[in-house]
Design a protein around this ligand. Structure first.
Ligand SMILES: CC(C)(COP(=O)(O)OP(=O)(O)OC[C@H]1O[C@@H](n2cnc3c(N)ncnc32)[C@H](O)[C@@H]1OP(=O)(O)O)[C@@H](O)C(=O)NCCC(=O)NCCS
Length: 161
């Protein structure tokens, strides 16, 4: 069973462990693979961002953030980002967080959700977002320097809520 709740400061160590592992792989997010903890936590838990954690058997195994995709006249579209630690993948945590984010965004009054930077080679993520109703609405050619594959395309994915 996956419990999803808002993160507190007590979750920062666990969030950082997951963030560091995901980012250091260099295959899904454009952050510097050796981004320092303070900078990472400022991005992931800073002001204007709602931060959630997914807990299984009392352990934080995943985290996601929800925020407006743009300020001002673009703030009716939500943006979210998701990370599951490698040990917790393939057990429905990503799907549970995705569904939770869609519910939270709807309840928060957003009209749509947009992902700006889905690495095209990230097959698991692309498949999951499609299953949750997102469509690829744009492809940015060679926008990501993948650690293994070199320059790869990035998708913008979108769905109305
Ligand atoms: C992407 C990510 C969040 C998915 O989390 P997860 O907990 O492993 O995903 P789930 O176990 O909920 O699986 C989600 C679905 O994707 C499917 N899936 C997983 N890998 C797949 C693949 N390579 N091809 C097709 N489908 C795949 C699963 O079968 C599952 O389908 P179902 O819900 O219909 O059974 C996780 O792998 C992760 O954090 N990766 C690193 C960071 C990242 O890529 N974040 C997203 C950036 S856009």
């Amino acid at each position: 069973m996956v419990e999803i709740r808002e993160a507190t400061e007590a979750d920062h160590d666990a969030v950082w462990d997951i963030f560091r592992e995901v980012v250091s792989a260099g295959d899904s997010y454009p952050f510097e693979p050796d981004m320092p903890r303070e900078q990472a936590l400022r991005y992931w838990t800073g002001s204007g961002v709602r931060t959630f954690v997914a807990v299984v058997d009392g352990r934080v195994v995943g985290t996601y953030i929800l925020k407006p995709n743009q300020p001002g006249l673009g703030d009716h579209v939500a943006n979210a980002a998701f990370m599951v630690g490698s040990g917790g993948r393939g057990r429905g945590v990503g799907r549970a967080m995705g569904e939770h984010a869609l519910r939270e965004a709807s309840q928060g009054g957003f009209l749509a959700m947009q992902f700006n930077f889905v690495v095209s080679t990230n097959a698991g993520a692309v498949a999951l977002w499609r299953k949750l109703g997102f469509a690829v609405v744009g492809t940015v050619p060679k926008a990501f320097r993948h650690r293994e594959h070199g320059l790869v395309d990035v998708y913008v994915m979108h769905r109305f809520l």
